[in-house]
Design a protein around this ligand. Structure first.
Ligand SMILES: Nc1ncnc2c1ncn2[C@@H]1O[C@H](COP(=O)(O)OP(=O)(O)OP(=O)(O)O)[C@@H](O)[C@H]1O
Length: 826
């Protein structure tokens, strides 16, 4: 019988066509797994039978009649098929067009990074994606996508000139310019030559020594960095005291000057480090006049032992203002009635750090004691009747004038003799003395925020690649937290992290959706290094910077470290004859004379142009060669190059400042073979490095906290550029999401919380009042400062007010960031 047209009409019972299996035995987990597997198999089998796709949850163990009948009505509209990876790969937001990304400054920035990847924007990291395996949302974005483009890229730069430049701060070369020709005694001159290896004076020494030996007028000394200002004021003081001693001997009034004869000279310096350095130069000088005794009183040292030294008798005192004012009030043994020389070194810095009150107190006290002594007529024979005050400062602006009013009377302005210097012809008169040394080779690197960290590592790797080419490097970073973070990164073994990252990448392609496995894997493979920010460690070998041939040591220095540690760190860095890099805040920018510094890197630009000149002045000292490179981000920061160019006039075009791009830095630093396998090799290496750094940070909560802290402090510091320069460093233009990547962070800026410290540094509405205020201020002043820069007629008082405002903002920032100690307030 033909069965054509015959209909089978049966329905499937509610209980399903397949029986629900019973699971017995094993533990709970095994039973659950078996149950799930059976359910899955059951569903698939039913689907095959009925042709209907079962809804995902809850999993039915049977298909009922209604579902079958539905097939007659037409299939239920199906959801589009989603691959298991779909959830991970799906962009969280509509992708923005490349180049837009830097415009939006909130924590959205991070989200903007995770967009569907294409070959064009992703090199290695398979898609910028959210990774939830480590708890909390993480954003793993590509390093090379959506970076802002340089605004000055197309402008051609003048090629570097090979013509040798005459050093501007070197000792004079004329045979007539000797120390004795300036009035220095043959004994002292011989000591300078034989014991200190100083053959001839520098231009500023010639001018200052001649003036200060011949008369007792007050003086204002202004000269460029590394030109020997310390000896310019120390030599005449020691010479005069040696003369005094010789005269006393001749007259047989007394044996000679000894430590009991009284305190004759005080030198005030803004920082403890600088005070110690001055004291060290002085001690070297006094080796030829052993009867003269010098000491230091500086903040951070034990007052009791300082008092004991003062009681024993002192002739020359080097001090920080706070500590000296304290001793004047509380140490009876400190008699200042014989003080005839007062030196205020780094005067602008003294004022910037708010030492005005202390200096006023000190000067008042000295005046009072001198007047009292006049009445007693007990003056040491030969001791000048008048006190000479010498003020050394980079600039003669603003607060320095005020300091001059407090301390100087009819001062002589001492600068390098123009006849000895052929440079600077076009420089304006006021700033003539404060310029970068002529022989210093300057450059700038345009690096997008995401690429900052890998670029820094590459830059340093390249610098130390060949043994002996670069011995010492100083990297300036805006705040202590950031110094700590970068120190931890550079002293960690990132290679091990890279291996772990590669293994993970392979595994990830196999089992991308297995979260549980990922968590276990990351726990197992994360190489747990020593915990960061162990305060006692201030130097360590840097595996990522050390080539096979030699080791590179990384140091850190900032004001939050205990004084003893700072002193020992500087001493270690100074004595180290092997390649070394010092990561430092501006605590190392002023006056410090660290030998053999070949290169200064301003990873974070200075808060003001003057600070920049002081920083780069740590190299190219006393006629030696030196290089300096400043990192700038694409966009408004690039305009800062114009400020750098006005530094020293060189014909009509200004100085030549070389330019480098991140791409070039990464290629040179990471592709060590020198020959790239393909065009993207450097990108792969940079991505590996970045992943290693991120993995390093994720390996311990302490590291993550240190990274967040560094990031937040960095953002805060960014808001404190001086008003006149805030147009170039506009916090509103700062891409916080991209910047977070340079701190190894995979979090949205708004989600960051650092225990006990700052809260949210991302979304504007969530910013702490401090940042909000600063950003708004920055915004307003950006307009004002741009106008100020354009308007050359801005008067001094207006500029002074702006500068004061900026200084106050910076002080506030320092206090807020727990950096009051940054400048060693004595
Ligand atoms: N006449 C000289 N001949 C050779 N070297 C000198 C001479 N005078 C000083 N120096 C060296 O020059 C270096 C810089 O000196 P110093 O620290 O006094 O400079 P400075 O002008 O105070 O710099 P800064 O403005 O950065 O504080 C020191 O290493 C010092 O030994």
């Amino acid at each position: 019988m033909a069965d054509d047209g015959m209909l089978l009409n049966f329905s499937i019972p509610d209980s399903g066509i397949l029986n629900k299996p019973q699971f017995k035995g094993g533990n709970w987990k095994q039973r659950q797994t078996a149950k799930k597997a059976a359910a899955h198999w059951h569903t698939k089998a039913t689907e095959r039978l009925t042709g209907v796709r079962a809804p995902k949850a809850p999993l039915p163990l049977s298909v009922n009649a209604t579902d079958v009948n539905r097939t007659e009505l037409g299939p239920r509209p199906e959801r589009p098929h989603r691959s298991p990876e779909y959830d991970n790969d799906r962009p969280a937001k509509r992708p923005r067009v490349s180049g837009d990304s830097h415009k939006k400054v909130d924590d959205d920035a991070s989200a903007a990074d995770f967009r569907p990847h294409t070959d064009a924007n992703v090199v290695k990291n398979p898609a910028a994606k959210q990774d939830t395996s480590k708890g909390g949302k993480q954003i793993i974005s590509s390093l090379f996508s959506f970076n802002p483009t340089s605004t000055t890229q197309t402008l051609s730069t003048k090629p570097a000139e090979d013509a040798p430049v005459e050093p501007s701060n070197a000792p004079l070369t004329s045979e007539l310019d000797t120390f004795t020709s300036l009035g220095i005694s043959p004994t002292l001159a011989a000591h300078l030559l034989k014991k200190m290896d100083l053959k001839a004076p520098t231009a500023i020494q010639k001018a200052a020594v001649t003036q200060l030996i011949k008369d007792d007028s007050d003086a204002f000394i202004q000269a460029e960095t590394g030109s020997g200002k310390t000896l310019a004021y120390l030599l005449p003081i020691v010479q005069r005291l040696m003369e005094l001693s010789a005269n006393m001997k001749k007259r047989k009034v007394d044996d000679s000057v000894s430590r009991d004869s009284g305190l004759f000279a005080i030198i005030l310096a803004p920082t403890r480090e600088l005070s110690k350095q001055i004291a060290h130069v002085l001690d070297n000088l006094l080796r030829c006049a052993h009867w003269l005794v010098a000491t230091t009183v500086i903040g951070g040292e034990k007052k009791k032992s300082e008092k004991a030294r003062l009681r024993k008798g002192i002739n020359i005192l080097v001090a920080t203002p706070g500590r000296l004012a304290d001793h004047l009030e509380h140490t009876k043994a400190l008699d200042v009635s014989n003080v005839r020389w007062l030196v205020l070194d780094e005067g602008d810095r003294l004022m910037e750090l708010g030492f005005e009150d202390e200096i006023q107190k000190i000067v008042g006290n000295l005046n009072l004691r001198m007047r009292a002594q006049k009445d007693e007529a007990s003056r040491i024979p030969g001791l000048p009747a008048k006190r000479t005050t010498v003020l050394c400062s980079a600039t003669m602006k603003l607060d320095v004038e005020r300091l001059g009013e407090i301390s100087l009377k009819d001062a002589v302005h001492i600068r390098s003799d123009p006849a000895d210097r052929t440079e600077n012809e076009g420089a304006d008169d006021e700033d003539q003395a404060f310029l970068a040394p002529a022989q210093l080779k300057q450059s700038y690197a345009v690096v997008a925020p995401k690429l900052r960290l890998v670029s820094l590592i590459s830059f340093l790797k390249r610098a130390f690649a060949r043994k002996g080419s670069v011995m010492k490097v100083i990297v300036f970073i805006s705040c202590a937290d950031s110094v700590d973070f970068h120190f931890d990164i550079l002293t960690s073994n990132l290679e091990e992290e890279k291996v772990a990252a590669k293994d993970d990448a392979k595994e990830d392609t196999k089992k991308e959706d297995d979260e549980e496995a990922n968590v276990k894997k990351s726990k197992k493979k994360s190489v747990v290094q020593s915990d960061p920010t162990k305060i006692a460690v201030t130097h360590a070998e840097s595996p990522s910077l050390s080539p096979h041939t030699h080791k590179v040591t990384t140091y850190r220095l900032h004001g939050s470290l205990p004084q003893s540690l700072r002193t020992s760190t500087l001493a270690h860095f100074t004595k180290n004859n092997e390649p070394a890099v010092l990561l430092a805040t501006d605590v190392a920018s002023r006056g410090l004379d660290l030998p053999n510094v070949d290169l200064v890197v301003e990873f974070d630009p200075a808060f003001a142009r003057e600070d920049h000149l002081h920083r780069i002045g740590r190299t190219a000292r006393a006629g030696r060669d030196g290089r300096a490179c400043i990192f700038l981000m694409p966009g408004c920061e690039e305009g800062y190059v114009d400020i750098l160019k006005t530094d020293r006039k060189d014909g009509e075009t200004g100085i030549h400042i070389g330019r480098q791009d991140a791409e070039e830095i990464l290629k040179k630093g990471l592709v060590t073979s020198g020959v790239m396998k393909d065009k993207t090799e450097y990108m792969e290496k940079a991505t590996d490095l970045q992943l290693a750094v991120e993995r390093w940070a994720l390996a311990s909560p302490a590291r993550l906290e240190s990274a967040r802290r560094a990031y937040q402090s960095h953002v805060r510091a960014y808001a404190t550029h001086v008003a006149a320069e805030r147009g170039y460093f506009d916090i509103k233009q700062l891409h916080l999401g991209h910047l977070a990547k340079a701190f190894a962070l995979r979090e949205r800026p708004s989600g960051m919380k650092v225990p006990g410290l700052r809260t949210g540094a991302g979304r504007e509405s969530k910013k702490p009042a401090k940042i909000r205020g600063a950003a708004t201020g920055a915004n307003k002043s950006a307009v004002a400062s741009k106008a100020a820069l354009e308007d050359t007629k801005v008067d001094d008082t207006e500029e002074a007010a702006k500068m004061r405002k900026a200084v106050r903002a910076r002080e506030k920032f320092m206090r807020h960031a727990g950096m009051a100690d940054e400048f060693n307030l004595g």
